[in-house]
Design a protein around this ligand. Structure first.
Ligand code: 5RP
Length: 260
């Protein structure tokens, strides 16, 4: 069955499969959003159904909540959980310090709140997500609809004094209409090409009126699990300073694919 998956999907699946080894019985787990995180939710669902593991999941989007319920995970709100043992999520980019750009799927606000309310954040990614310097992927910024054009103008003005290579700011669209997040906001994508000082940029952007949150995750991620198309995975732990390599056996995972 895995033979029908593209190498990139196999890489995402391998990272997800390895990451769920961090989940233990009784944990409250933050569930990320996106195609890589969806593999992780399916793997966790399999652990719930077949191994009888009991977990409570806090989803970071409406679509992750739907998938989690479908695969048998008990879903609770962050307010019910209050604090989480672990969050597993994807990323659009990560650097050597495990700083991230997130929000390609438009869920950065919930993702940042959930990850920050967790003892540990694990990012699952394929090798294409690793960068020397953040910024090739457009930085998503969530803004409230009221006066969003003013917020955009203020962001453009602020970028003049910041260490970035590009300064185009575009409103994310969904067909002919502006994209609307789960919280009813819009997303501005900042085409910066290269972010020289992510920490400074994040602080400056978040001070602009109308900005709710930006997609830079600084000092939030603890571990990144990088998957390869042949099943190899690297587990990089920034706190322990360790890198471990393993191989995921796709055949053992056949149940998961046939269940889909
Ligand atoms: C959603 C996100 C995703 O984690 C990010 O876009 C990666 O998605 P994918 O796993 O589909 O490449 O931040 O807001």
């Amino acid at each position: 069955m895995t033979g029908e998956l593209s190498p990139i999907d196999k890489a995402k699946f391998a990272a997800a499969k390895r990451a769920v080894d961090f989940v233990e019985d009784g944990m409250r787990v933050g569930l990320g959003t996106g195609s890589t995180a969806a593999w992780m939710v399916r793997c966790l669902g399999e652990m719930v159904r077949e191994d009888g593991i009991r977990i409570k999941g806090v989803p970071t989007s409406v679509r992750t909540a739907e998938l989690a319920r479908q695969v048998g995970i008990e879903v609770i709100s962050l307010d019910e959980a209050k604090w989480l043992d672990l969050t597993i999520d994807g990323a659009d980019e990560f650097d050597a310090d495990l700083n991230l750009i997130k929000g390609g799927g438009g869920a950065l606000l919930q993702e940042k709140i959930v990850a920050t309310a967790s003892d540990q954040m694990i990012v699952i990614a394929d090798t294409a997500k690793e960068v020397g310097t953040l910024g090739a992927f457009p930085l998503p910024v969530e803004v409230i609809p009221f006066g969003w054009q003013t917020s955009r103008a203020l962001i453009e003005e602020a970028l003049i004094n910041l260490d970035v290579m590009g300064r185009d700011v575009t409103l994310r669209m969904n067909g002919d209409a502006a994209f609307v997040t789960d919280e009813g906001n819009h997303i501005l994508d900042l085409h910066l090409k290269r972010i020289g000082n992510p920490r400074q940029l994040s602080l400056v952007i978040n001070q602009i009126p109308g900005v709710v949150e930006n997609g830079l995750f600084i000092d939030i991620c603890d571990v990144v699990v990088v998957g390869h198309g042949d099943g190899r995975v690297e587990v990089r732990d920034i706190n322990a300073g360790t890198v471990e390599e393993e191989k995921i056996d796709f055949l053992e995972s056949d149940n998961l694919f046939t269940d889909l």
